[in-house]
Design a protein around this ligand. Sequence first.
Ligand code: NDP
Length: 414
Amino acid sequence: MRQAEFNEEFAVHGRRARDADAGDVRRLTILGATGSIGTSALDLVARNPSHFSVAAVTAQTNVAKLAESARASGAERAVIGDKALYGELKSALAGTSIEVAAGEEALVEAAEIPVDCTIAAIVGAAGLRPSLAAARGGWRLALANKECLVSAGDVFMREVAQSACELVPVDSEHSAAFQVLREADRGAIEKLVLTASGGPFRDWPAEKIASATRDQALKHPNWSMGAKITVDSATMMNKGLELIEALHLFPVSVDQLDMVVHPQSIVHCLVSFIDGSVLAQLADPDMRTPIALALSWPKRMAAPTKRLDLCEIGKLTFEPADELRFPAIRVAREAMKRGGTAPAVLNAANEVAVAAFLEGRIKVPDIPLVVEDTLERCEGSGLICCAEQLDDVLSCDNEARSVAIESLNGLSRL
Ligand code: NDP
């Protein structure tokens, strides 16, 4: 599904969600339960024990936190992605009736358990297969894992349409757009503008960014998030990924998508219409607001977030993004325009480069350099093409990672 089916999909989502009784207990699976989004989701679940039950929680390596989350939420199943950790998880959950499983296939199987809503909060393209498995189930998908739309947006949205899955975005900007567009005349949209905080280096000169440390990159001014997305915010690649995510989620073209830097992170998205009106959504920067919306839509559930006090905030400011200091925005836009598997290559190369940065092997400006070089190499070797099937995307992702490693190794020559 893309823009054409959007209106109808929206109508179906609203109808189905309205059919659910407000008193219903919603059964959830949380993929990536030990992460920042997973923890926020579990916090909402813990505050509303009579409204939610948990079918499964998953993680990759964090056994202690997964076991604790499974016990606290009363989950039926706990799954650890790293197979070698099966025994450790089994011991940690000894004496409970929680079923234990491990490995990549077990993550997909957990995603296939029928529930009312799956929260897809695995980080990176690793989340693609489990998120897609949940989408195929046809129930609600609260999608935080933006990389799966960046890598495989067309394939993913086709499956969403086929299963009539109720996709509600969790990314704050897309949650904002989802709400704003709900009542809108979609044919009258002129622009959809995502806001960006600008990250920790927003007002740093290029030379200072070039020597920024890992700790400095991980110090986001407004949001508390996992390491990968925090680095993406520092390079502003995150906003590029989000533009591609928005292209798949909303009825807009590449030319109708834009971004603006808004350091306070209060306004999350602006939609302008042909009559000059602009609609926006505002909230304190706390992911529990969009997660709560995804869990309760079209109703709203209480979230324990700070209430917005505009007088206390005083000033909301906006400025253009500086694509010279943050070239990742341009690189991502070009991949979005190129289409086909270019965004999958972009995402794979970015994951490789961010991991290298977090390991202390490269500097911040090397990240977009590696991504752009990988895109050029892949274009040259014919890897950028149309992807009809999931396997095409997965093999492209795989090859692009090898190319990105070559690019990293030859970094001094770039
Ligand atoms: P975190 O790094 O905090 O958590 C990631 C989760 O995924 C953890 O549970 C982790 O398990 C699990 N995981 C990591 N690698 C794998 C793997 N290879 N296979 C299966 N599971 C894996 O990430 P965030 O919560 O910050 O982000 C999750 C997703 O949500 C990302 O796509 C991000 O872009 C998106 N998002 C996040 C926002 C935020 O505020 N954090 C805002 C908007 C979007 P373990 O703990 O064992 O490593």
